[in-house]
Design a protein around this ligand. Sequence first.
Ligand code: IFM
Length: 726
Amino acid sequence: MTPTQRTWLVSDAPFNPGKIYHTETIYTIGNGYMGLRGTFEEGYPNQMVSTLTHGFFNHEKSELVPDLVNLPNPLHFLVEVDGETFSMQTPKIQMLGYKRTLDLKRGVLTREVLWRNQTGNVVKLSFERFAHLGIDHLLVQRVTVRAVLGNPEIKVTAGIDGSQTNEGIDHWAKVEPAHEATTTISVTGTTSQSNYVAAVASALHSDKGTLSYQALDAKTPALISAFTLTEGEAATFVKFSAIHTSRDDADPTAAARGTLINAAASGYDKLLADHEAAWAAYWNDSGIEIEGDEVAQRALRFCTYHVLIAAPRNSERASIGAKTLSGPGYKGHVFWDTELFMVPLLTLTQPKLARNLLMYRYHNLQGARNKAKANNYEGAMFPWESTDTGEETTPSWSHPLPDGTRIRIWTGDSEQHISTDVAYAVLQYWQWTGDEEFFLNQGAEIVLDTAVFWGSRVEYNKDEDRYEISQQIGPDEYHENVNNSAFTNSMVRWHLRQAIEVRDWLIQMHPERATALLGQLKVDETRIHQWRTIIDKMYIPFDKEQGIYEQFDGFFKLKPMSLEHWSPRWANMDWIMGHEETQGYQFIKQADIVMMMALLGEETGSIETRKANWNYYYPLVDHGSSLSPSTHAWVASRLGLSAEAYDMFIYAGSIDLEDLKGNVRDGIHAAASGGVWESVIWGFAGLSLGASGFQFDPKLPAHWKSVKFRFYYKGKQHTATLTQDS
Ligand code: IFM
């Protein structure tokens, strides 16, 4: 295999049962509509089968918050050899060979197994699957059974497992299997609270045997084929599956059958060719080529792949959850992770997809307005965790701890910076794409109404003659309900400045729209005057003597604790020290002041000031959140700290590939994935927007020969090739 090929492939061999959860997650396939974990077709004890589609939430009565619903499993495929069902759970003497590979370039997952059954016949099984990148609703599987030794009797059973539920929670009010002779099987389910309907339908095509229908149980319809293979002979099965829901179609079952008919008419070869062409186009636009570092190249491709397969291509009503569609973590909820860590990649390389995600926030403005109102504020206050309704869906309490107690979760109340994060992504999208139609009709409204919220949220401290913001959680979630988070206050000040500029631009360039929108949002002269005063008098904790921001009021008074000697360590510091105790220490969960320096750059101070802040905060950071390392990589490279930048970049890129946090079981750390792209583009390449357009300030790791990537600026695609001499 050439080095180039290696950087496109993620594989494992031999089979390691101890890693099933990790590999299931990293081998997730998807196409922006559906995501399927890399579980085995034939099943495996305790494997976490997961078929998810964006926005398909249900709030089961027993649960605190809604959950993304696990759909009936279309991957189901059993192979019997002389009456013995193939399984990965067989002794070594039977499991003669195994290799699983995710081809990032083509978005195809394959598994090859050489298996001996108990009668001594040997078969080679080849499994392949892909979620079609050009056809949202279509999943394609191909299974080949080859007789390598002997003349085995083969039986294949391809079903849809309608008994699949979320872990310990059944979201279905009704699950109805059906079949049309041997043409299609389907399972249609209706959720218990949201009343969403999902239909999964499959059809099986083969060059061998005759199909028959059988219900494997009350919820699992299946198609079966039985035949004999002579030594050397192979039989190939193509299983098409379609997923439609009532979020997209009035009759999901009929729509799913229609998708299967179209797939059969196209045929496997054409479908695969179109799928590969769609991936080639994706990589052409979103890929980054690094010359001189295979490890970095593969990690970057892996991370980019996972953002791309999660980004909705054809919907404005869904966004990407913190764990994409690759696992149950955070129940599919959407956080700031999307806007600040994933949208930038899409804004510059797939602007249509970035727009879709921003439209999700626009369509959910009502939820944000409801939240502001419920808290006695004006404008739009985006929820910390968001689902299909746009209402706040952060649980207020944790699951019970081993001692039976539960922890109050404050992020839904106090991590208010999300409203500014959304505005940041909207403005960034507008500046890079120049998509005036979007900005005029939707984006400006988001920026302005979230500014209205902040105008009503800040507090005036009469004694100090300054504006403050109390009871916040900044990015560092180890310290809750703090006053005057430097990150939050700085971002709010920046946000209000931007909002005034947007308002001026509207009045100047689009007076009619200005009258309508400013009237609707009540952004009048009085409000603008108030915003200006807030900007002038916003308090941002800063120790002038040391030239260091105080992360929030009182942070410097907490017990100092350098994390230098706390390694190696898998556990986060709050887990070790306890939730309450952690609040008393000067160590932090993730980039906070460093995040502020990443987003606001020079506005946060001279290079000396930023270095001083880096030197203060870097030894304190736990990286207890996967969002942290990539942001550190970005800022370190801007500060010329190349060793730290590269360390942090590799850390971020390995979080999922190497399961560094031991929790990849729950799904891909999507923000870390997007952050890896950001650390190359904003960090190593130093791409930014200046007064006269885009500019570079490359600081490539010393062993990189070059970095090449494409990006869009105002509708035109540009190619950058940066070398050590650039
Ligand atoms: O949004 C993040 C947060 O910053 C840290 N905790 C996990 C969340 C979801 O990824």
